[in-house]
Design a protein around this ligand. Structure first.
Ligand code: ADP
Ligand code: MG
Length: 237
């Protein structure tokens, strides 16, 4: 078990989420331990992004509970969830979504400035994170001048710079070639091992999932521990 019997850092229990008649989640449960890298895998449309969005407080589940650090994320107001994403959670998507008008350094500094850090310390911290992700050389470039891999590494630096305890990454290497994907994952794993940050990593790529400590597969709106996937269904019950 990921959590050695202790309280998980984040847990989803029996989540349901429908879009109209489309039941994206049908009783999905998953746990994340402190500092753990968890891969959520599964076919396209299996509910990976929906689960990640519910875990990160971006989307409210219709039913079930999301518990982070003894707090019910699913019962928080929109403002409380936004606050959580500004401070304790970091989020990264398939395309880096850096602000094109700002330099890379200013992009990474921005969440720190929003959290009340003064400009000089924000830049110093942002530089350290860019360095950890091998992207300090692009600090003064605009996002449009970066390769896909450089942009994703900058986005990951931005998601971690505020001292997030969990980073939620939805197909962060989905638009990268395999070499850039490998560099990005290596940098991410190295950085979070050092900071003790936990990661929820959505991917449909087995090579990317291999970087995780544990893999959970989404199937029919439910989450199944990947190690158990090989067993016949009746032995899993
Ligand atoms: P995955 O990330 O595994 O590809 P998603 O969680 O994005 O899967 O989607 C699960 C199901 O929910 C799919 O059938 C998808 O079409 C549907 N879905 C997801 N988001 C929305 C939305 N905002 N509106 C309507 N349907 C959605
Ligand atoms: Mg998705």
């Amino acid at each position: 078990m990921s959590t050695q019997g202790g309280t998980p850092l984040l847990a989803a229990r029996d989540l349901y989420k429908s879009y109209g008649r489309n039941e994206a989640l049908r009783g999905a449960s998953v746990e994340l331990g402190e500092g753990e890298i968890l891969a959520l895998t599964g076919a396209s449309g299996s509910g990976k992004s929906t689960l990640l969005h519910c875990l990160a407080g971006i989307v409210q589940p219709d039913d079930g509970a999301v518990v982070y650090d003894r707090r019910r994320v699913d019962r928080m107001t929109e403002d409380q969830r936004s606050e959580l994403r500004r401070t304790e959670f970091g989020v990264v998507f398939q395309f880096a979504q850096l602000i094109p008008e700002l330099t890379v350094l200013d992009n990474v500094s921005l969440p720190l400035l929003l959290a009340g850090t003064d400009r000089e310390s924000a830049r110093a911290t942002a530089s350290e994170w860019l360095e950890r992700f091998g992207a300090l050389g692009q600090a003064l470039a605009r996002p449009g001048q970066l390769s896909g891999g450089q942009a994703q590494r900058a986005a990951l630096a931005r998601s971690l710079a505020t001292g997030a305890r969990i980073v939620f990454a939805d197909e962060p290497t989905g638009a990268l070639d395999s070499l850039a994907a490998e560099q990005t994952m290596t940098a991410l794993v190295h950085a979070v091992r050092e900071s003790g940050t936990a990661v929820v990593l959505v991917t449909h790529d087995a090579q990317v999932a291999a970087y995780a400590d544990r893999e959970v597969q989404l199937k029919d709106g439910k989450a199944v521990e990947a190690g158990l996937g090989a067993l016949p269904a009746q032995e899993r019950a």
